[in-house]
Design a protein around this ligand. Structure first.
Ligand code: FES
Length: 291
């Protein structure tokens, strides 16, 4: 059995679903203020906040343990442990926010990831406490590194294997056929109701509003939910589509994220009507159509 087969078994451990549901309800209640939730997801950053913070937090802890391992100056490792502990609350809060909008297999692994990290943090807090009292705390620091390496492995599995935090619509710009592509007759589109069409192999969200048509990738950047199954809310420049899976909201005008958990914009297509036929072409980046 390969070492990572154990983690894949964890993905299917339904025994974790009960605790996950109870914790999820609690986390969602704590994050009922959408501004706080968006801030923790990293909507303001355009990038998941947890992954940005965790490198500094974990890096501080592991660096401290390495100094302790080679017998380096204790004041440096103490400073690094204190830095890691200082960054722990926002890192943990951002992690729980992302976890609360994850798929069940991701939540199972995430739960063990969080529990493992809680043990590691307790070790580092114990090491710091001992140092404040004039003791070494070296063993606790080394134990913290050993446990946190397990937590980090699970975190890596969540990011790289289960793609939590990845941009799930990023490939659309590469996969969509270049140039203007036919999307059927304008008259066949219902007014005000999003529908799914395809251009090449790429599904697209199409919304007709009178004579205007919005075309976006039909793949939510958060976890690839189908935006064409979502609700359209707001009016004018504030009109948004709400992802049916976890409620991310994207502005129809430009595909930008208004509310998370998504942190990346949904790829946008230019649209035009030629002799009653709708055509669209992918926009390579903000405001730049492809050739
Ligand atoms: S898939 Fe999660 S918000 Fe869209």
């Amino acid at each position: 059995m390969r070492p990572f087969d154990q983690i894949e078994r964890l993905e299917r451990a339904e025994v974790l679903d009960g605790p996950a549901a109870a914790i999820r309800t609690r986390v969602q209640r704590l994050l009922s203020d959408r501004r706080v939730k968006d801030a923790l997801h990293g909507v303001w950053l355009g990038h998941p906040l947890h992954s940005a913070l965790v490198h500094v937090t974990l890096g501080s802890f592991v660096s401290a343990s390495l100094i302790d391992l080679v017998g380096g100056q204790r004041r440096y490792s103490t400073g690094l442990i204190a830095t890691g502990l200082l960054l722990t609350p926002p890192t943990v809060a951002a992690g729980w926010a992302d976890w609360s909008s994850a798929h069940p297999d991701q939540q199972r692994v995430g739960l063990v990831h969080a529990a493992t990290n809680a043990v590691a943090i307790t070790c580092y807090a114990g090491a710091l406490r001992r140092r404040v009292r004039g003791r070494s705390g070296r063993l606790l620091s080394l134990a913290g590194a050993a446990v946190s390496s397990v937590g980090a492995t699970l975190g890596g599995h969540l990011s790289y294997h289960l793609s939590l935090g990845a941009n799930h619509s990023d490939r659309v710009r590469d996969l969509a056929p270049k140039g203007w592509q036919p999307l059927g007759l304008l008259a066949d589109l219902p007014d005000g109701q999003p529908v799914r069409r395809t251009t090449g192999e790429v599904p697209v969200f199409v919304l007709r509003r009178g004579q205007q048509v919005v075309v976006l990738a039909d793949q939510c950047p958060h976890l690839a939910g189908p935006l064409s199954g979502g609700e359209v809310v707001g009016t004018g420049g504030d009109a948004r589509v709400v992802c049916p899976w976890h409620g991310s909201e994207f502005r129809l005008d430009d595909g930008c994220v208004v509310h998370g958990p998504a942190t990346a914009a949904v790829p946008r297509f230019e649209a035009r009507v030629v002799d009653g036929a709708l055509e669209a072409r992918i926009v390579a980046s903000a405001g730049a159509p492809t050739a």
